[in-house]
Design a protein around this ligand. Structure first.
Ligand SMILES: CC(C)(COP(=O)(O)OP(=O)(O)OC[C@H]1O[C@@H](n2cnc3c(N)ncnc32)[C@H](O)[C@@H]1OP(=O)(O)O)[C@@H](O)C(=O)NCCC(=O)NCCS
Length: 249
């Protein structure tokens, strides 16, 4: 199973899954609004066991989470909101919804600095309540009477995301200390302490004419290609995602 970011071309399939699984449905443009406004926050689960045979085949989407940032938070606190979540019946109880939710929550913090995430759930929806409360740790804030069009009440639930901020900070501290370690090791190997000028003297002024000119070592001679550390993946808010190139299979 691949969990990857939602692409605008997935939208008709997500709408199909939504119609199959939930009574709350939306116009296509509402999905597109999410995909264009907060492209980092919505994810799909694609059945990788059924890869597309031609570039014209649709991926088999078996679950999705549609999420956004609250545009005008009444409490003034930057936070995310889960608009819709569902998994096809054939693929339930495999941990897909949990994974989709965790990916979205991570991106809310990394990309938008969300403090918490909120959602509504029908008071009768035991499966979803278990997922949110027991698996993910959401708390019930209040009950909104007759929230749904058919008159059912909703629990308004929230999850504090400070644990994700702490994990990110810890990872940054770890990455920082291992970078420093690598720099120190590199400096020692070159046989010099910090501040030593590695460059050649410019011109021949002051040079002992009996000393042969030394050729500057190339990077390859010093021990391989020069490697530069770059930040990718989670730090950029896209998650550790590897998109499958279906055309190769
Ligand atoms: C709710 C829903 C999204 C869960 O999807 P899922 O992929 O099956 O969920 P997961 O496999 O990730 O389950 C994670 C946890 O959720 C809870 N859970 C999921 N389905 C459950 C069920 N039928 N009964 C009780 N608990 C359930 C469990 O705590 C489960 O952990 P466990 O398997 O270790 O016991 C799915 O049932 C669904 O699409 N329902 C219809 C749409 C819907 O209600 N969406 C939510 C709207 S707010």
């Amino acid at each position: 199973m691949d969990i990857r970011l939602l692409k605008p071309s997935d939208i008709p399939l997500i709408q199909h899954a939504n119609l199959e699984n939930l009574p709350e449905n939306y116009f296509l443009k509402y999905y597109l609004y999410h995909a264009l406004s907060w492209p980092q926050l919505s994810y799909v689960a694609v059945d990788a066991a059924r890869p597309a045979k031609t570039p014209y085949d649709y991926p088999k989407i078996v679950g999705y989470v549609l999420a956004k940032m609250e545009e005008e938070p009444t409490d003034g606190v930057q936070h995310g909101h889960i608009t819709s979540l569902s998994v096809m019946r054939t693929h339930r109880r495999l941990g897909i919804a949990e994974k989709l939710m965790r990916q979205s929550q991570q991106a809310m913090v990394e990309t938008f600095g969300a403090q918490y995430v909120s959602l509504h759930v029908r008071v009768s929806n035991q499966a979803a309540i278990h997922l949110y409360r027991d698996t993910l740790g959401f708390k019930n804030e209040k009950t909104e009477n007759k929230y749904y069009a058919d008159g059912e009440d909703a629990y308004c639930m929230k999850l504090d995301l400070s644990f994700i901020r702490e994990q990110i900070q810890e990872a940054e501290v770890d990455a920082g200390s291992s970078e420093k370690g690598a720099e120190k090791e590199g400096g020692d190997k070159e046989g010099g302490s910090e501040g030593v000028d590695e460059g050649e003297a410019v011109g021949d002024v002051g040079r002992d004419p009996n000393t042969p000119k030394t050729k500057k070592k190339t990077t390859a001679e010093k021990g391989g290609d020069k490697q530069v550390k770059v930040r990718v993946g989670r730090a950029l808010g896209v998650g550790e995602l590897v998109e499958r190139d279906e055309s190769k299979h």
